[in-house]
Design a binder for this molecule. Structure first.
Ligand SMILES: [Zn+2]
Length: 434
């Protein structure tokens, strides 16, 4: 089984190297935006503007913009590939129309050919924990800017596919895309353990065991600091070097919070993927996500009213990343992620299956009007998601339905024919789930 992963390492460019980074990133952005404009203007007439055509125009473009000649050609081609991918994603309905890249926001470039870069394990650099990253323009031959110092905080295994140099906050990183191959699918350590994770209202992630996850990474202290930094920025004179420094400080602060959030999300998904063989989550409409992020869609879905006050776009984005991490981590460990339709799960009693909006006592409490079962609203919803997931994989044959309950057919693609074998297999999981 082939799997693609990317690993990011911090790099420490010299000022001269950093200047070259910015030049290459700027050139890639220029080519990307130019190619996007070309497609925008002429696609209607000539639908066939694709990667190959645009890449073939690069030499002519260099004639008109000679400064592009010093940029590694592979990087420019990679930028065109990115654009091509962006269009494919758009035409296949996964994303919005490709947008222009802006200076400062997307500072990156890619070396698409693994033959062109390497890590020198016989470090010629002074600092002992650092290694030398060698790439075109950087350490490949004498007339260039020297190898880049890289900190290999973890080993780099697998087949290298490409290398992206990018800036995040004020730091630079080398992100390697690698392909790993496993000879056999591992058996999950807790393969009989199933859990569901719900996007909570009172907490970002709520498990069907009633455990709340997703600590706040941006508390009042961090917000206060951001406000102070912004006030300081407002006092600086335009185009002054102090203003530039203040902008840098704000970027550093934001990047720090982003790193914290990322770190806690990775820890969380790692914990969940390690401790459960089956993880059930709700299915999300990705298209709707990007649309609502742009602030256009009033997408009717669950809990729209309750969530109206929250910044839905941010929550959805976090959920998308959460899902992505869960899926690949579960796969690495031999587990699986099951997605189910989560409609009505917040109004359904997980004990008696009675569906009633009135059971939703308030934001955080669920109290069934039929049987009196009371629980945390998110935990109850997570229980429902778990049950649907178990039905979907054939581990739970039927959901006990005592009147007013959601008929199985209403769960969409969850309920369909199950073989004897699946039922037998389900028996063990059912016990665990109970
Ligand atoms: Zn009930």
């Amino acid at each position: 089984m082939k799997r693609n992963l990317s690993i990011r390492y911090r790099i420490y460019p010299t000022p001269a190297q950093e200047a070259v980074f910015r030049r290459i990133a700027g050139a890639c952005r220029f080519v990307y935006n130019l190619a996007l404009e070309q497609r925008e203007r002429f696609s209607r007439r000539d639908r066939a503007i694709r990667y190959v055509g645009q890449a073939n125009e690069l030499p002519a473009l260099k004639g008109e913009a000679p400064w592009l000649k010093e940029i590694p050609a592979h990087c420019l081609q990679a930028a065109l590939r990115d654009l091509d991918r962006a269009f494919v994603n758009f035409f296949e309905g996964r994303t919005d129309f490709p947008r222009y890249r802006h200076r400062g926001r997307s500072e990156s470039f890619r070396f698409p050919d693994p033959k062109q870069f390497s890590i020198d394990h016989m470090s010629k650099l002074d600092r002992r924990t650092l290694r030398a990253l060698i790439a075109p323009k950087f350490g490949k031959n004498r007339s260039n800017f020297g190898a880049i110092a890289i900190r290999l905080h973890r080993p780099l295994h697998g087949r290298l596919k490409n290398l992206t140099i990018l800036r995040d906050g004020n730091n630079w990183y080398a992100s390697f895309s690698i392909e790993t191959r496993e000879r056999h699918t591992p058996v999950h350590q807790y393969r009989d353990s199933a859990v569901a994770i719900d996007r909570g209202v009172s907490t970002p992630f709520m498990s069907s065991d009633g455990e709340a996850f997703g600590q706040q990474t941006e508390g009042p202290r961090e917000l206060l600091r951001l406000r102070r930094l912004q006030q300081a920025l407002a006092r600086k004179r335009r185009r002054s070097s102090n203003r530039r420094k203040a902008i840098k400080r704000i970027a550093a602060h934001k990047a720090k919070i982003a790193r914290r959030r990322k770190d806690s999300l990775h820890k969380l998904t790692n914990l969940i993927a390690k401790s459960h063989g089956t993880i059930v989550i709700e299915k999300l409409n990705v298209r709707g996500m990007t649309a609502s992020a742009a602030g256009t869609a009033t997408q009717p879905g669950r809990r729209v009213v309750q969530k109206a006050g929250l910044n839905r776009a941010i929550l959805d984005k976090g959920w998308g990343e959460f899902r992505r991490q869960l899926v690949y981590k579960a796969a690495l460990l031999g587990g699986r992620v099951v997605e189910v339709d989560a409609r009505h799960t917040s109004q359904t009693c997980s004990v008696c299956r009675h569906v009633d909006a009135a059971s939703r006592y308030n934001q955080t409490r669920f109290a069934c009007v039929a049987c009196g079962y009371a629980a945390n609203a998110d935990a109850n919803a997570a229980q429902n998601i778990l049950q649907r997931g178990l039905v979907a994989i054939g581990a739970l044959v039927e959901i006990a339905d005592t009147g007013g309950g959601l008929p199985l057919a209403a769960c969409g693609d969850l309920a369909f024919g199950r073989s004897k074998k699946q039922e037998a297999k389900g028996a063990s999981l059912k016990k665990v789930a109970a």
